[in-house]
Write a protein that binds this ligand. Structure first.
Ligand code: NCW
Length: 463
C-alpha cells in the first residue's frame, strides 16, 4: 500500500492558468470618481436618483465616493503594487458630453487621458467601458433608453472617446450589464431612473442593444483593436427538472437573463421565445428592419460578469420578479446555499457551467470574466482587514474558471470586482466589494487580506 502524507490530502493541487491569462480588477465611474460637479460634469440619472429621499441607503450619493477623480495617481500606484495587469474602468458620459448629445467637454476627456497615461506608465493595460449606468439626466428627461435617439448618442460618445484615447487603449466595452439598465432601471425601479414600466423596460432593452451595435461600429471605425460587451450571466436551474412547468419557468428566466442579450449580438436575432414578450408589452415596433444587423456587428471578446446562480419554479399565483418583466407564475425559492453580504447565494459551479455553455452555444467568441466578487461586512482593525470569506469566494470561483477552461471554455482573463470599496448603487456605501478597503472619512485605502492573496495568485498565474 502506498502511503499518503496528510498534507497531500489536505492541500488542493496547484492550478496554473494558460500563459498570457489576463489578471486585473474593475470599477465604474459613478461608483468611485466623486467630483460630481467638477470640470463641467453635469448630473447623471444616479445623481438624480440619489437625491430622491429613500431611494438609496441612508440617502448616500456618489458626490464624493472614493474621490478617485483627484486620487487616481495614488490609486494607480496601488494597482501596480497589487500586480494588476489590466484595469477596467468606465467613462462618465456626463463628463464627456455634459448635455448628452451635444459638444464634447474636453476637460471631461482630459481626466481619462491622464488616467490612461498613468496606467500605461505603470504597465497596466486600460480597458474602457463606455456605459456603466450613468446616463446624462438631460437624456432621461427626453425619455432615456426608451428613445431610439439615445442609442445614436451612445455611438457619438464612442466616437468622441476613441478619438481621444484610441491611440493608447486597445480594449473597448460598449455596455456593462444592459440587463440592469433595462430591467432594474425601467421595470423594478431599483436602479436609476427608477421607473416601473414594463413597456419602457423592453424598449430600453432593444435601444441598449442597438446602442451597443452602433457604438461597436463607431469604435471599430475609430480603430478599436478589441471590441466587447459585458453581460451579467448565470445558470438558471429548474427546481424540479422533471417538471415541465418548472422547466418552462427556467427557460423564461434564462431568456430574460441570458439569451435576450446574447442572441442578438452573437446570432443576429432575438430568441423565438422572448420575442412575444416585446409584443405583449407593446415594444415590438421598436425593432426595425436592419437593427439586428447593426446589433450583431462582430465583437472580439464577450465580457462575463458572474455573481450567483438562479433557481426557479412554476407556482400558481406567484407574482414573478419585476426585474424579469413577464415572469408572473414564476417563483424564486430559497436556494439553501451560503450567501454573501448581499444575500446572494454562493455557487461557483454556476460560473463554470455558464462559461462552458457560452463557449458551446456561442462558439468563436473568446470570453473574459469582467467582474466577479463578493461583498462582506469588512472591519478595519489597525492596518488590517481580515476577509477570509472573500478569499474563499475568489478561490472557489477561480477554481471554477480553471475547470471551465479544462472543459473547453475559451477564457482569456479574470477581473475582480472591485478594485476598491465604492458606491454600491441602491445600497450606497453599506456594501463593500473591494480588494482594497476605503475609509470614507479619511479616504485612506487599506489593501485587505484578499488583495494580498490576489497578488500572489497573479504572481503565480495560478492557485
Ligand atoms: S448590482 C450589480 N453589480 C454590482 C455593481 O457594483 C457593479 O457596478 C455591477 O456591474 C456588482 O457587479 C454589478 N449587478 C446586478 C447583479 C445582480 C445579479 C443578477 C444575477 C442573476 C441571477
Amino acid at each position: 500500500m502506498t502511503s499518503v502524507l496528510p498534507q497531500e490530502i489536505a492541500a488542493p493541487s496547484r492550478l496554473s492558468f494558460p500563459q498570457g491569462f489576463r489578471w486585473g480588477a474593475a470599477t465604474a465611474s459613478y461608483q468611485i470618481e466623486g467630483a460630481a460637479t467638477e470640470d463641467g460634469r453635469m448630473p447623471s440619472i444616479w445623481d438624480t436618483m440619489s437625491r430622491e429621499p429613500g431611494r438609496v441607503f441612508r440617502n448616500h450619493s456618489g458626490d464624493v465616493a472614493c474621490d478617485h477623480y483627484h486620487r487616481y495617481r495614488d490609486d494607480v500606484r496601488l494597482m501596480s503594487e497589487l500586480g494588476l495587469g489590466t484595469y477596467r474602468f468606465s467613462v462618465a458620459w456626463p463628463r464627456i458630453k455634459p448635455d448628452g448629445s451635444g459638444p464634447v467637454n474636453p476637460r471631461g476627456l482630459d481626466f481619462y487621458d491622464r488616467l490612461v497615461d498613468e496606467l500605461l506608465a505603470n504597465g497596466i493595460a486600460p480597458m474602457v467601458t463606455l456605459y456603466h449606468w450613468d446616463l446624462p439626466q438631460v437624456l432621461e428627461d427626453r425619455g432615456g433608453w426608451t428613445q431610439r435617439d439615445t442609442a445614436y448618442y451612445l455611438a457619438d460618445l464612442a466616437s468622441a472617446t476613441i478619438a481621444r484615447l484610441g491611440d493608447r487603449v486597445a480594449t473597448w466595452t460598449t455596455l456593462n450589464e444592459p440587463w440592469c439598465s433595462a430591467f432594474l432601471g425601467y421595470a423594478s425601479g431599483d436602479h436609476a431612473p427608477g421607473r416601473r414600466e414594463p413597456q419602457a423596460a423592453y424598449l430600453a432593452a432593444h435601444h441598449l442593444l442597438l446602442g451597443h451595435g452602433l457604438a461597436a461600429q463607431a469604435l471599430r471605425a475609430g480603430g478599436a483593436r478589441e471590441l466587447s460587451i459585458t453581460h451579467v450571466l448565470t445558470r438558471v436551474d429548474a427546481q424540479n427538472p422533471h417538471d415541465a412547468h418548472d422547466r418552462d419557468a427556467a427557460r423564461l428566466v434564462d431568456g430574460l437573463q441570458n439569451r435576450i442579450w446574447l442572441d442578438p449580438v452573437l446570432r443576429g436575432h432575438y430568441p423565438a421565445d422572448v420575442l412575444p414578450l416585446f409584443e405583449r408589452f407593446g415594444a415590438a415596433d421598436a425593432i426595425r428592419d436592419g437593427d439586428l444587423d447593426i446589433i450583431s456587428t462582430p465583437i472580439d471578446l464577450l465580457g462575463v460578469n458572474y455573481y450567483q446562480p438562479a433557481l426557479v419554479r412554476a407556482k400558481v399565483g406567484a407574482v414573478g420578479q419585476a426585474n424579469y418583466p413577464g415572469s408572473e407564475g414564476v417563483d424564486f425559492p430559497p436556494q439553501g446555499l451560503p450567501v454573501t453580504g448581499m444575500d446572494w447565494p454562493i455557487d461557483a459551479t454556476g460560473l463554470s457551467d455558464t462559461l462552458v455553455r457560452l463557449s458551446r452555444d456561442y462558439p468563436g467568441t473568446p470570453l473574459m470574466i469582467t467582474e466577479n466578487g463578493s461583498a462582506y461586512h469588512d472591519i478595519l482593525e489597525g492596518d488590517r482587514v481580515a476577509d477570509p470569506d472573500r478569499i474563499a469566494y475568489f478561490d472557489g470561483h477561480l477554481r471554477a474558471v480553471h475547470k471551465a477552461i479544462e472543459r473547453g471554455a475559451d477564457v482569456r482573463g479574470y477581473l475582480a470586482w472591485s478594485l476598491m470599496d465604492n458606491f454600491e448603487w441602491a445600497y450606497g456605501y453599506d456594501k463593500r466589494f473591494g480588494l482594497v478597503y476605503v475609509d470614507y472619512d479619511t479616504q485612506r485605502r487599506v489593501p485587505k487580506d484578499s488583495a494580498r492573496w490576489y497578488t500572489q495568485v497573479i504572481r503565480d498565474n495560478g492557485l
